[in-house]
Design a protein around this ligand. Structure first.
Ligand code: ATR
Length: 291
């Protein structure tokens, strides 16, 4: 990648951004800004805080402003759907969009790269994992769980157990996975040792462990020693869940990787390059997250 330490942008700069409310805590401008500078691209990625009462008006104005596209974050991942001209199948199945492209004609095309981000982050930690993982235990059944579950299905993981606090929600997700051909079961939350016994991968997709939420004190006993434990929580970077897994001798995947890798999809669509996630970039973002 070409180094452009000053990241000068011209009047012709390609524009992208992230819409959300609030958006001030988003790491996306920094992580895209890093790639723009590294790749020497004449472009900018900006935070777009859209207050709820002006959301529709602002989204409709984005093509006229010349943006190539944008990411969508909380609380608009579902609310954006009716404003889009086309939504790809994966995003439609999730009912959530995190990446939008503006076409030459000004149409808005939505997709969702969260699942891609998750599987790429696992690949970074353990290349070729999909050949070894036949059975996964999914903790949670919300929007993030759906993105991870469908991505695992896409990678050929044939058996998924869903462990969720609200049993009905877990059963709904399991039923959707069965329709996609995955052999699926539900387990109580938290899972019992027998629910962990055959799993090659266990993923926390609940909000437990996020800053402001109670920690997730998971008992990993029963998991096979080769199993991977992944947490999609990245704030804080080091969660009680990850520390507990490591204490059991398990390999772990933290949540920052998913954030970084999901961003690659949008960057490629808007700026034309599939950028590398680097250790330097991680360190810079980790530094920004320190209180
Ligand atoms: P997201 O879209 O980020 O996944 P969500 O749809 O609100 O957010 O889902 C949050 C997940 O965390 C759900 O699986 C939720 O369990 P319920 O379906 O029972 O609500 C789980 N979760 C949140 N707080 C929890 C807690 N204190 N204990 C266990 N699970 C919790």
């Amino acid at each position: 990648m070409t180094q452009n330490p000053f990241h000068l942008i011209s009047g012709k700069a390609a524009l992208a951004g992230v819409i959300g409310w609030p958006v001030s805590h988003s790491l996306s401008p920094a992580l895209h800004g890093y790639w723009l500078a590294k790749c020497g691209i004449d472009g900018a990625y900006v935070p777009l805080g859209l207050p709820p009462e002006r959301f529709e008006e602002a989204v409709k104005a984005i093509p006229a402003l010349g943006f190539k596209g944008f990411n969508v974050t909380i609380p608009y991942k579902e609310r954006i759907l009716p404003l889009l001209d086309r939504v790809d199948e994966a995003a439609r199945r999730l009912g959530a969009v995190n990446t939008v492209t503006v076409t030459e004609g000004g149409a808005l095309h939505g997709s969702n790269s969260d699942g891609f981000g998750f599987t790429e982050a696992v690949s970074e930690a353990r290349p070729g994992w999909e050949k070894a993982v036949t059975r996964a235990l999914l903790l949670g059944a919300g929007g993030a769980a759906r993105a991870v579950a469908f991505a695992l299905q896409g990678k050929g993981v044939g058996h998924i157990i869903v462990s969720n606090r609200t049993e009905m929600r877990g059963k709904d997700l399991a039923a959707d996975l069965v329709r996609l051909g995955v052999s699926c079961g539900v387990a109580p939350f938290p899972p019992r040792p027998e629910d962990l016994a055959g799993a090659d991968l266990v993923v926390n997709t609940t909000s437990l462990g996020m800053t402001g939420q109670p920690p997730f004190e998971m008992d990993f006993k029963g998991l096979r020693p080769h199993a991977l434990a992944a947490d999609i929580v990245y704030n804080p970077l080091e969660t009680v869940f990850l520390a507990g897994a490591r204490a059991q001798g398990l390999a772990t995947v933290g949540g920052l990787g998913m954030l970084l890798h999901q961003a690659r999809a949008g960057f490629k669509l808007w700026f034309g390059r599939d950028p590398d996630v680097t250790a330097e970039q991680r360190t810079l973002l980790e530094g920004m997250m320190k209180p």
